[in-house]
Design a protein around this ligand. Structure first.
Ligand SMILES: [Zn+2]
Length: 77
């Protein structure tokens, strides 16, 4: 089941993002912490960003991204 992910569903962790972005979870300026940037493209613009893995983890729980059929999760749903 987990092996059936579509190319379009992939999420990449970027090594660097754009300064001045606010954390998707808590709204703080991410560069003040240890930022994590996510994108749907390996070299793309960040689609979401977090202060650190703690905010990313909290966002995942709040958004219930691991609930149900997480392997089939799509941003369109
Ligand atoms: Zn944050």
């Amino acid at each position: 089941m987990c092996g059936l992910s579509l190319e379009a569903d992939k999420t990449f962790v970027l090594l660097a993002g754009t300064d001045g972005m606010d954390c998707t979870y808590c709204g703080c300026a991410v560069e003040a912490h240890d930022p994590v940037y996510l994108s749907t493209e390996p070299d793309g613009e960040p689609t979401s960003q977090f202060c650190n893995y703690g905010c990313l983890s909290a966002h995942i729980e709040t958004a219930e991204l691991t609930t149900g059929t997480a392997c089939n999760w799509s941003p369109a749903e």
